[in-house]
Design a protein around this ligand. Structure first.
Ligand code: ZN
Ligand code: ZN
Length: 266
């Protein structure tokens, strides 16, 4: 009844998962489908190379899609780490391949990944989190080549106090601006369950932001656990129906060949 359309395998620099193990895990969990969204983060400021060869990616995943077609719907997507100067390169890359879904994410903020403590040096938490959201806005003004914005409040996974002091209200001005811009562009957001895996007790973005997105007229909402290992596919999906209904959603979205399909929530 559900899809997990944000997951990684060993085509991502931070995963060693065999794609076939990810597929088997999804079948065991009775998912209707999955979408591989391996990382491309060109010009990533760190030792991990986040890139893959698109042709090999489609060959390997395409063969698995065929092999498992009777058991699971398998889509092929990508998660792009957006940085303003990459606009043309990413547009060229995306147009070269037949992706089902493109997630645009902010992993690098003005040259730093908030995953690392250096990002927070000399900044209050408020400034560090605001800078992250400002960076999302900058990317929204520049990029068209994505379908949904990934884990909208990713930064709160990694701040020194994580989400202990974080509320939607505190950043309402800028978060509303982001949500309105996403809706106006005809794009969507995702309900990323990995916040639970990181011990935040909330998804990314939080329940309040999902509710606000819906209030503002947002409809396109994909679902994903951002798994980098088979055991995390569809992580905490038992919470999904409750989360979606509470935020006022009757449908969720699956992208196929970049077209949004709305699926009724059971
Ligand atoms: Zn990500
Ligand atoms: Zn991811």
């Amino acid at each position: 009844m559900f899809w997990d359309t944000h997951l990684h395998c060993n085509f991502s620099g931070d995963s060693s998962a065999d794609p076939e193990d990810m597929i088997r895990s999804a079948i065991e969990k009775n998912l209707d489908g999955i979408c591989f969204t391996d990382h491309i983060d060109w010009d990533y400021p760190g030792p991990t190379p986040f890139s893959f060869d698109g042709e090999i990616y489609f060959n390997v995943l395409g063969a698995l899609k065929e092999k498992y077609k009777k058991q699971l719907n398998i889509h092929i997507g990508v998660e792009l780490g957006l940085q303003p100067h990459l606009k043309e390169r990413y547009a060229a890359f995306v147009s070269q391949f037949d992706f089902d879904q493109v997630i645009g994410s902010s992993h690098v903020v003005h040259g730093f990944d908030p995953y690392y403590p250096e990002y927070y040096v000399g900044k209050t938490e408020d400034l560090a989190y605001r800078e992250y959201f400002e960076c999302v806005l900058e990317n929204l003004d520049i990029f068209e080549d994505f379908d949904v914005y990934g884990h909208l409040d990713y930064v709160v996974r990694y701040g020194p106090n994580k989400n202990a002091n974080y509320t939607y209200k505190k950043y309402q001005d800028i978060i509303d601006e982001i949500l309105i811009k996403i809706i106006q562009k005809g794009k969507g957001i995702e309900l990323n369950m990995s916040g639970y895996k990181y011990g935040l007790s909330h998804p990314n973005p939080t329940e309040e932001i999902l509710l606000r997105y819906r209030e503002l007229g947002g409809e396109i909402l994909t679902l994903g656990a951002d798994a980098h290992a088979p055991e995390h596919v569809a992580f905490d999906y038992c919470r999904l129906t409750g989360l979606l209904k509470k935020a006022g959603f009757r449908y969720y979205t699956v992208f196929e060949k970049r077209q949004a399909k709305m699926i009724r929530i059971p």
